[in-house]
Ligand binder design. Structure first.
Ligand code: GLP
Length: 226
């Protein structure tokens, strides 16, 4: 079961941002990077300062590029202090992933986890084959994901590995919002929401979400039927 909000063009960011209206002022939000959430972040900047706690979803291994992205897109513009921002470790130091999970638990977990959708069905960097009970860990990116992500920083190669919240970690959030734009994601979105739950389509595990809202444009929602 999921709630679907269809929002095109300029309506996309406000539709996603409106999900925050029912939350407490200091709610804990899980945030993805990628192109899809950019209208959400633009809208949140427009709405102004907030007291939220922000948690990262994934990061490249060895390079804190996504952290820099989120700091510029939302942490700094909203004036979120350091103690309210939980970065994903970029280093494979022993215990770093466990420490991230421990800190997230100390915070009480995410009230609302926003997610983008990879063309191969990944969420975070949980590539096909990721299991339901996976935790925050180092993963190897598929060539397709590396190609898809190459455009984020055209002058810097995509690292072969990344760090991501696991599927099990993600599912512990009290609510999820899957953000999807564009016709190229229509088939994989339909597979995730209406197909069997399978590690071949990691986003299909969102069918276990306690409360899933999908914010999609009409092109991405085309495969969902009524
Ligand atoms: C990337 C990120 C995901 C993101 C997805 C979709 O690989 N690891 O967190 O949601 O791919 O990206 P985009 O929104 O740019 O299509």
């Amino acid at each position: 079961m999921y709630e679907l909000h269809i929002a095109d063009a300029d309506a996309f960011g406000p539709a996603a941002a409106d999900l925050l209206l029912g939350l407490l002022p200091d709610a804990c939000l899980g945030l993805p990077t990628g192109h899809t959430p950019l209208p959400l972040y633009a809208e949140l900047r427009r709405r102004g300062a907030a007291a939220w706690r922000l948690v990262m979803l994934d990061e490249y291994l060895g390079e804190a590029r996504f952290q820099a992205w989120l700091r510029e897109a939302i942490v700094a513009p909203l004036g979120i202090p350091e103690e309210r921002f939980l970065p994903m470790p970029a280093a494979a130091a022993p215990g770093a992933c466990e420490d991230f999970e421990r800190r997230l638990r100390t915070w009480g977990g995410c009230d609302l986890q926003f997610l983008g959708l990879g063309a191969n069905g990944h969420i975070g960097f949980n590539e096909p084959g990721s299991e339901r009970d996976s935790r925050t860990r180092v993963v190897t990116l598929t060539p397709a994901t590396a190609r898809a992500n190459a455009g984020y920083w055209p002058n810097a190669p995509v690292p072969e590995q990344a760090v991501t919240q696991g599927i099990g970690t993600i599912l512990e959030a009290r609510r999820h919002c899957l953000l999807v734009r564009g016709a190229a994601k229509a088939a994989i979105l339909a597979a995730a929401l209406r197909g069997p739950v399978t590690s071949a389509v990691p986003a299909s595990f969102l069918q276990f979400s306690p409360a899933l809202t999908v914010v999609a444009d009409s092109a991405a929602a085309a495969g969902l039927g009524r």
